[in-house]
Design a protein around this ligand. Structure first.
Ligand code: B12
Length: 478
């Protein structure tokens, strides 16, 4: 038997989509699977005790979605909790342990080192976990398991990441109790592709999912939507990096949803890049049920857009807002303030521009989480090696260690960058901020759009709100 464990206990709770797919795939391969969902347990220690105090477990698969909350100034780090969970499971059961999930994939080796687990899978879990069970039952030829890291006699061995070009994802989503999550989390995730071919200098998606888009058949996506609708889950959120890369695939998914008449039944939200986006795409998205788009805008200043290696312009943002309005979709623009070269002047330019083009809301994240292997981290690491750690923000002592939450904020923004951003926003309620000062904020701050332990959202969803969190929050704000 394979026991899969969901360790993500944040609230509002997000259904463990990855585990739903991995469990479905293992079951299809004839493996006995059980899901231990710690998010749903009142007492996670007791739940682990009753699940693992028995024989017959062949492999324990732990899902680790978020290594940290990726937000400054909170900088919450979840590795300690993972270590505790692994330690408790080890006390209860002798079965080997494998860890997977995006949080794992970004920090694979250090996580194996610090938790001491037997295995880790970097990348997609569906086929990899099935192959791992096979190898544990038979030849123990671990080099055959895609994406596997394992403890070998010569230290930690690693296969290339598991990014199969052909995506084989089960469409029957019945391992996770999605209606339970929908009631408490207000939405349910679904994927149309994996991987991202964009080159944004700060992003970890290519590290976790690969830099080639791996596409699902639109008919399979629509089957999955129908499956979720039949369970009463009718508000969805895409879990692709960017839904409109590549644009033709986004259109093909919309076409299929429209053809099956699902646009009128499921409402969904998505992340998109401002380019490609035009009148045809906007109209198809709306007809296919899309009710809100969160654009990765980052900045409206050409200098910063170039620094971040973005392919869009400020005008593309303006056009995106107009197209959403014309098609009745809510629109958010996510900003990333404080990257290399950012000044008070470029922040002002961006915020003023966003105010003018008037999206329903904008996320003003200040500080770039530095992930190892990204363009920005390489530049900053060189700077640190040369003895200059200006711009680095962190809550731990000792040498800079990107495994721990580490952020970059351009030193040109002065001693109080959060104060500067707040002043430039000037109380405009359309903006959500990640920081009002360099100190962590209370969690019940309504403008805060950290979705980790966000009590305002939990309460709103309990009272019936459904949708993307930014859409729920902005409705509360107005
Ligand atoms: C969509 C999304 C959201 C949506 C979720 C909507 C929904 N209903 O699902 C919203 C907006 C709510 C959201 C919120 C947050 N998110 Co988010 N989100 C994503 C995104 C784009 C997709 C996540 C997803 O579901 N992917 C699809 C599933 C199928 O993939 P998967 O989980 O990786 O699972 C696969 C493998 O990892 C593996 N696997 C998974 N589990 C296991 C277990 C085993 C045993 C094995 C072998 C394999 C395995 O197999 C799976 C199938 O192949 C990712 C980036 C990305 N491209 O993945 C960020 C991402 C996961 N989010 C991130 C963060 C930080 C957050 C927040 C903490 C932000 C915040 N402070 O508010 C919150 C946390 C919310 C929560 N409760 O967990 C970070 C995590 C980074 C990190 N350092 O860990 C990511 C990577 C984005 C980023 N680059 O910064 N998010």
């Amino acid at each position: 038997m394979l026991v899969l464990v969901n360790t993500n206990r944040m609230s509002p709770p997000i259904g463990p989509l990855g585990l739903d797919y991995v469990a479905g795939s293992a079951a299809q391969a004839g493996i006995d699977v059980e899901l231990l969902d710690l998010c749903r347990a009142d007492d996670s220690d007791k739940a682990m005790e009753s699940c693992f105090s028995r024989c017959g477990v062949e492999l324990i698969g732990i899902s680790f979605r978020n290594s940290d909350d990726c937000m400054w100034p909170s900088g919450d780090w979840f590795i300690g909790e993972l270590k505790r969970t692994v330690g408790r499971i080890r006390e209860l059961n002798d079965a080997p342990i494998v860890v997977g999930g995006v949080g794992f994939s970004v920090f694979a080796k250090p996580i194996i080192e610090c938790t001491g687990v037997d295995f880790g899978i970097r990348g997609d879990g569906e086929q990899a976990v099935v192959e791992l069970v096979r190898q544990l039952r038979g030849g123990r030829d671990f080099a055959k398991v895609p994406g596997l890291l394992w403890q070998s006699d010569d230290g930690i061995a690693a296969n290339p990441p598991s990014w199969p070009q052909r995506l084989c994802v089960p469409t029957g989503r019945d391992f996770v109790d999605n209606p339970w999550y929908f009631e408490r989390g207000g939405q349910c995730g679904i994927e149309t592709k994996r991987g991202c071919s964009l080159n944004c200098i700060y992003c970890a998606d290519a590290i976790a999912k690969g830099s080639v888009s791996r596409l699902r058949e639109p008919s399979e996506v629509a089957d999955e939507v129908e499956f979720l609708l039949a369970q009463g889950v009718d508000v969805l959120h895409t879990c692709d990096s960017e839904f409109n890369i590549p644009g033709e695939h986004a259109l093909a998914v919309c076409d299929e949803l429209i053809r099956r008449g699902l646009g009128g039944k499921a409402r969904w939200y998505t992340y998109m890049t401002p380019q490609p986006f035009n009148a045809e795409m906007a109209s198809k998205l709306a007809r296919a049920g899309c009710v809100g788009i969160n654009f990765t805008g980052d900045s409206a200043c050409s200098l910063m857009l170039r620094t971040y290696c973005k392919g869009h312009t400020a005008e593309d943002l303006a056009s995106a807002v107009k197209l959403c309005r014309a098609n009745g979709m809510a629109v958010m623009i996510d900003l990333l303030l404080g990257g290399p070269g950012e000044t008070a002047q470029t922040v002002r330019q961006t915020i003023d521009f966003i105010k003018r083009i008037n999206p329903d809301c904008a996320g003003a994240t200040l500080g770039v989480r530095l992930y190892p292997g990204t363009g920005i981290s390489e530049t900053v690491s060189r700077q640190i090696a040369a003895g200059d750690d200006s711009g680095i923000h962190r809550r731990y002592d000792g040498p800079v260690d990107l495994f721990k939450p580490t952020f970059y904020i351009s030193p040109s923004l002065g001693d109080d960058p959060a104060g500067l951003v707040t002043e430039l926003i000037g109380g405009d309620k359309r903006f959500f901020t990640s920081a009002k000062s360099d100190e962590p904020e209370p969690r019940d701050e309504p403008a805060g759009y950290n979705y980790n332990e966000n009590r305002v959202l939990v309460e709103a969803i309990r009272n019936g709100a459904r949708g993307a969190y930014w859409d729920i929050l902005r409705r509360l704000n107005t």
